[in-house]
Design a protein around this ligand. Structure first.
Ligand code: UDP
Length: 400
């Protein structure tokens, strides 16, 4: 597996590290459990000591350095793909390795995968996770470079198989990249059902220091403009119980980061400084308490390839309000386990959130029933589906 720009051990919730890292880590772990040997290649960063780390049974994480040994920032990675290729080949030769297939993640690793495919004559599978053309069509944040779009289009044509995480992503690949339908498989994301379990709400709130009687609306994710956090903050002014309500924002790159400061300013300009809590980045082991403490998780994103946090909240028994992004429409049962709003509009968020706040006059769906709606999304099932894809592609044998 190639994941050059983001390590599966990276700090989740920061600018460049999120769902894709979780996907690679969890899928590789399960493939390893099934007996497959997986090496994940990523770039070396300053924090890394040992270049080869045994992650789990049969799974290793290998850090590649460029020729001069310096760290390469994400923006410059595409200029160093040949360096990574040399480093990968040198590792493979030193250890006498022969891989059956290459699975690359994100377009930058796809470029590396293509070089490796050429030299090894082995099949190449790509999961893009996000698509540059879709991001640009939304028009939020920095525009994605033409190089990315061209590379994605080329990869969609040359790879032996393209894996989407949702049927919607598959349609976008066909529509925007002329990808061939038969070449695209759909393998969804999963959730760690052992870790993400419902906790008693009162216990979770006490543990986190939240008042027991104030409703909590939760956001979890990277602080990227595509996540629509500003619309969610604005939604607070339309909520009836906003005096007692708390919006908890989990994730981001720290209180001093420009994105956090911008959101803090927005909250205080709206007079909401006391209603919004910036909890910072939280390690996954502690996230079940946040999901369980909340009355509702909101996914206010303008674009999402899948939306893992939605799945994690549901596994913890917490309903989800989301825009129609990623897998949200197919996973959420309208009005029961959550609500998909038609667009990222603060008033729509407020209306949908209201329906999931405590209300004596309304019967609520139990945490156990909400969790039951996502029990089919285990990582072991994801890995089994991936393995079936791998077997299909390996049947091709050496490529021409
Ligand atoms: N996450 C985390 N700590 C944080 C924020 C996020 O562990 O403070 C994890 C979260 O549990 C989820 C992932 O980061 O597994 C985010 O994935 P998602 O698909 O929701 O968004 P992406 O990062 O892919 O845009």
């Amino acid at each position: 597996m190639l994941s050059i720009h983001s390590s599966p051990l990276g700090p989740l919730g920061t600018r460049d590290t999120g769902g894709m890292s979780v996907y690679i880590r969890e899928a590789a772990r399960e493939l390893g459990r099934m007996g497959h040997k997986v090496d994940i290649f990523t770039r070396r960063t300053a924090e890394v000591g040992d270049p080869v780390i045994a992650l789990t049974e049969n799974v290793r994480l290998v850090h590649l350095s460029t020729g001069n040994g310096r760290n390469v920032p994400k923006e410059a990675l595409h200029r160093h793909i040949a360096d990574f290729h040399r480093a990968l080949e040198s590792f493979r030769n030193r250890h006498f390795l022969d891989y059956d297939l290459i699975h690359s993640h994100y377009w930058l690793s796809g470029s590396l995968g293509e070089m490796v495919r050429e030299s090894w004559r082995r099949p190449h599978i790509i999961t893009f996770h996000t698509l540059g053309a879709v991001k640009n069509s939304i028009g939020v944040g920095e525009s994605e470079p033409l190089l990315r779009i061209a590379t994605e289009k080329n990869l969609a044509a040359t790879c032996e198989r393209v894996l989407s995480t949702t049927p919607k992503d598959k349609v976008q690949l066909i529509r925007l990249y002329d990808a061939v339908s038969d070449k695209i498989g759909v393998v969804p994301c999963g959730v760690d059902l052992n870790l993400f379990r419902p906790l008693d709400t009162a216990v979770a709130r006490r543990r986190l220091g939240f008042a027991s009687d104030h409703p909590i609306v939760l956001f979890v994710g990277r602080f990227d403009s595509v996540k629509g956090i500003d619309s969610l903050i604005k939604a607070m002014i339309y909520l009836r119980r906003r005096d007692s309500l708390r919006l908890v924002l989990v994730g981001g790159d720290g209180l001093a980061s420009p994105a956090t400061r911008r959101l803090q300013k927005q909250a205080s300009d709206l007079g909401l400084q006391d209603a919004v809590t910036f909890a910072g980045r939280i390690v996954q082991d502690r996230l079940p308490a946040y999901y369980s403490a909340a009355d509702v998780l909101v996914v206010p994103s303008l674009y999402e390839s899948f939306g893992l946090v939605g799945l994690e909240a549901l596994a913890c028994g917490t309903p989800v309000v989301a825009t129609p992004v990623g897998a949200m429409e197919s996973i959420l049962q309208q009005g029961r386990t959550g609500q998909v709003v038609t667009e990222a509009a603060p008033r729509l968020f407020a209306e949908a959130i209201e329906a999931f706040l405590p209300n004596k006059a309304r019967k609520t769906v139990s945490a156990a029933d909400i969790r039951a709606s996502v029990l089919q999304f285990s990582w072991s099932k994801v890995a089994a589906a991936l393995a079936a894809e791998y077997v299909g592609v390996c049947a091709i044998g050496a490529i021409s």
